[in-house]
Design a protein around this ligand. Structure first.
Ligand code: GLU
Length: 277
């Protein structure tokens, strides 16, 4: 069976194509064990990254990634209430996509060649870079090289920042947790000395506790955020790319950035050009 078949089937099924087709597809869906509702789209994102994607106490979702995900869903024909949000921790994203547990992921997900072996990406929709978060009274940590001086660094399993530290700063003691919020908690408790990931993510934590936390040094990588989707689903990739471009052009992208990340003190960048695949 061609690799695009299952997802195309799922999409026709959801949109209520011919009944006979739908029946056949219902069987397909059951056989695949995904048991999804035909009118919902399942979007993977983070639940603990303020400014980007956070699940609030009342269960609602907010953040820049959430706004991008909602805009894309709308363009694909799904109203906000048709979205089912699924937490997509850094280390599980490719697997969630490959298993069909999500339709797409908008969750600070950097486009890399290694990940492209397992999934495809639409975008990029945002460019940022790896940086360092420390307690506000910290003065010895100024950049990644200063961490080699017996400092404990926290990052997340399966993330590009954790991998970069292992590859380029092997002398740094790295602890890998499942989420950045767990790393930030460890930083507050003095269990680690610094947290590393993308600057926009770190800025979101600083905005919550500006008295206690600060970002230091300059970004030392380029992280290009894409929307992850099933490998080979060119139709979905093209549709998402068109949605991102529309969002950039009609002002909604800028509005979403200002609403969610303006408070973190990050100047609104120019939206990146979409990759030609
Ligand atoms: N953008 C990086 C990555 O995709 C770090 C952020 C994250 O872990 O979500 O790995």
């Amino acid at each position: 069976m061609p690799s695009t078949t299952p997802s195309l089937f799922r999409r026709y099924y959801r949109r209520g194509a011919a009944v006979a087709l739908a029946v056949g597809l219902a069987l397909t869906a059951t056989a695949c064990g995904d048991g999804r509702d035909e009118n919902t789209v399942v979007i993977g994102t983070k639940f603990d990254q303020p400014g980007l994607a956070i699940k609030n106490e009342d269960g609602s979702m907010s953040g820049f990634d959430v706004d991008v995900a909602r805009y894309v869903a709308q363009e694909l024909g799904y109203a906000p209430e048709d979205i089912e949000w699924k937490e997509a921790p850094s280390g599980q994203r490719e697997t969630l996509i490959q298993n069909g547990q999500v339709d797409y992921i908008v969750g600070t997900y950097s486009i890399t060649d290694e990940r492209k072996e397992r999934v495809d990406f639409a975008g990029p929709y945002l460019i940022t870079g790896q940086s360092l978060l420390v307690r506000s009274d910290e003065s010895e940590i100024t950049g990644p090289a200063s961490l080699e001086n017996n400092k404990l660094l926290c990052s997340v399993t399966g993330s590009t920042p954790a991998q970069r530290i292992k590859d380029e700063y092997p002398g740094v003691q790295l602890q890998e947790y499942d989420t950045y919020s767990a790393c930030v908690q460890a930083l507050r408790n003095n269990a680690v000395d610094a947290v590393t990931t993308d600057e926009v993510i770190l800025a979101g934590y600083v905005a919550q506790s500006p008295e206690e936390l600060k970002v230091v040094g300059q970004p030392f990588s380029e992280e290009r955020y894409g929307i992850g989707l099933e490998k080979g689903d060119t139709e979905l990739q093209n549709n998402i790319n068109a949605a991102i471009e529309k969002m950039q052009q009609d002002g909604a992208w800028r509005q979403a950035f200002e609403d969610n990340l303006g408070v973190a003190g990050i100047a609104t960048p120019t939206p990146p050009a979409i990759d030609q695949n």
